[in-house]
Design a protein around this ligand. Structure first.
Ligand code: 16G
Ligand code: ZN
Length: 527
């Protein structure tokens, strides 16, 4: 059933250069766009095999997120809108690295090993970001899909989370789900939440010159300017480059405004990354100091709000929060001690957080860099829905359940989503009558520093305990512990990056000088 001749013909067109190996990493394949055509072709084929195996539609997203404009990348989306299961990352890596001559053999190997019925139909939902290389690379994916006889629905430009959402709708039976389905759902949930009186506030959003700009514009049209005022900055229409001196990653790491943005005190700003699956907020205080409200602050705000509504509605479900080692120590303390909500720690990478979050009835997960969302167990949704309809409950209780239900509707539960997260934040600030100042004051970030160190072989560093401690090289952790003990509120860890050939160092302490000094000392240990 594998038609060798068309496969080989198309494989010639999308030929793999010799001696080039890539691995399916934390966020799929990523690298220089000019060297990856064969990978996109092969991922089209792999998506067909996965779709045949699971008898469900599979998503393929062409994007390199916050990477520079000349990079590109590809990731597969599983049927419920979640990231590709880890066991298939190895299979993806094998197929990506097979030579043209071995390609059919490799495909047959996957079919046999995974017991795939090739007579099954396959449907692939494809989308791409606005990079100059994305169109031709998504054509390569399409060639891969047709080489194995799959059906491709090409949605053209979408944000990554929009495609995740559409994949989950499609497999839920909404076969005509598209971009409009997304806008209708999220805009209507938002309007229900902030209806009386309308939010009537404004927020300026830096879209990193990426796909988030046209999409946020459409969402905004659905919501209406009479409800909220959204000003889009770095919309990709001017001379600004994708992710260059702008976007969530830049703002988070540099702790400063994106290019061309003249900030005014107390106004609310947000930055998306290049494919709009991350968001951070920021503002200027009365002394014109830059105030960052990162993923930890967003997660804390969302957790606080859900906790309040759970308490008010007396709905008895287990709420938890998931962070990574990068989470600011004071955010963890705030959620654990002040909100009394359990906090779990996961390894870096969205899928690790997502997996931990789904263990809670309601799981709020965020990386400090602004990628995150809320997961809700189905039974839990049902409990909340029942309470929201229960006329026997005291009005206050029922009201809180209704609010909670609508709030959870505004969340894209498949994956972190800058647009949906933004609506969630705006709705909470509205409900509480808060400006960015009250939000910022939930807790004060401990000063911290991130450094990257280039070493001969980063794989010699191995970690445990959700990357908070090292197990190799021998003795390293003891040395780190000794340094940490010298600094008040000190904490530090090192981990090999999953996306760059570097080791990352994180340190926090009571003052910026101390955090800087601790980070530097730990860097010297591994250098
Ligand atoms: C990827 C991850 C992101 C993580 C980052 C860490 C996804 C969709 N993205 O971008 O969550 O924070 O890698 O990069 O999982 P690093 O390993 O280079 O520090
Ligand atoms: Zn992204």
């Amino acid at each position: 059933l594998l038609q060798e001749i068309p496969i080989l013909k198309l494989a010639e067109v999308h030929s793999k250069p010799d001696k080039q190996a890539m691995a399916y990493g934390t966020a799929g394949f990523r690298g220089k766009a000019s060297k990856m055509d064969h990978i996109f072709f092969r991922m089209g084929m792999l998506a067909v095999l996965r779709s045949k195996m699971l008898k469900s539609a599979i998503g393929v997203m062409v994007t390199a997120s916050h990477n520079p404009v000349l990079d590109n990348g590809v990731k597969l989306i599983d049927p419920c809108g979640e990231m590709l299961v880890e066991s298939w990352e190895v299979i993806a890596t094998g197929l990506a690295n097979a030579s043209n001559d071995d390609l059919v053999k490799e495909l047959k190997k996957i079919v046999a090993k995974e017991n795939i019925d090739l007579s099954q139909t396959a449907t692939i939902l494809l989308a791409r970001d606005t990079r100059p290389s994305s169109l031709s690379l998504s054509n390569a994916v399409q060639d891969g899909i047709s080489a194995l006889g799959g059906t491709c629905r090409n949605y053209g430009l979408l944000t990554t989370p929009q495609l995740h959402y559409i994949v989950s709708c499609y497999n839920d039976g909404v076969k005509d789900a598209d971009e409009d389905t997304y806008y209708k759902w999220f805009s209507s949930a938002f309007k229900t939440l902030v209806n009386e009186p309308p939010v009537n506030s404004n927020v300026t959003v830096d879209c990193a010159n990426g796909v988030g700009a046209p999409k946020l514009n459409k969402l905004y049209e659905h919501i209406g300017a009479n409800v909220i005022d959204i000003i889009i900055h770095n919309d990709g229409e001017g001379c600004g480059k994708l992710n260059e001196k702008c976007g969530a990653d830049y703002v988070k790491i540099q702790q400063r405004a994106p290019i061309g943005l003249n900030m005014e005190p107390f106004h609310r700003y947000a930055s998306f990354d290049g494919d709009a699956d991350r968001i951070v907020y920021y503002s200027l205080d009365c002394d014109c100091n830059f105030v960052l409200l990162d993923g930890d602050k967003i997660a804390s705000l969302i957790t606080l709000y859900i906790k309040e509504l759970l308490d008010e509605s007396k709905v008895d479900v287990k709420l938890g929060m998931v962070q990574t080692a990068y989470a600011n120590g004071n955010s963890t303390r705030y959620v654990t001690d002040t909100l009394n909500v359990m906090v779990a720690c996961a390894r870096t990478g969205v899928k690790h957080l997502h997996h931990k979050a789904v263990e809670f009835d309601i799981g709020v997960y965020f990386e400090a860099n602004g990628h995150g969302t809320v997961t809700v167990k189905e039974e839990c949704s049902n409990v909340i829905e029942r309470a929201a309809k229960d006329d026997k409950l005291p009005a206050k209780q029922k009201d809180a359940a209704i609010k909670l239900k609508t709030f959870l509707d505004v969340i894209n539960k498949t994956v972190g989503d800058a647009m949906s997260d933004m609506l969630a934040v705006e709705a909470i600030l509205h409900a509480k009558g808060w400006s960015v100042r009250e939000w910022a004051q939930l807790y004060t970030d401990l000063p911290n520093r991130q450094l990257k160190v280039t070493v001969a072989d980063r794989t010699v560093i191995r970690t445990t305990d959700s990357e908070r401690r090292t197990t190799s090289p021998e003795g390293l952790q003891e040395e780190i512990d000794k340094l940490v003990a010298l600094f008040p509120n000190g904490r530090s860890f090192v981990r090999p990056s999953g996306t760059e050939d570097v080791v990352r160092v994180y340190a926090e302490s009571d003052t910026q000088e101390h955090a800087d000094s601790l980070a530097k000392k730990v860097s010297i240990l591994i250098y």
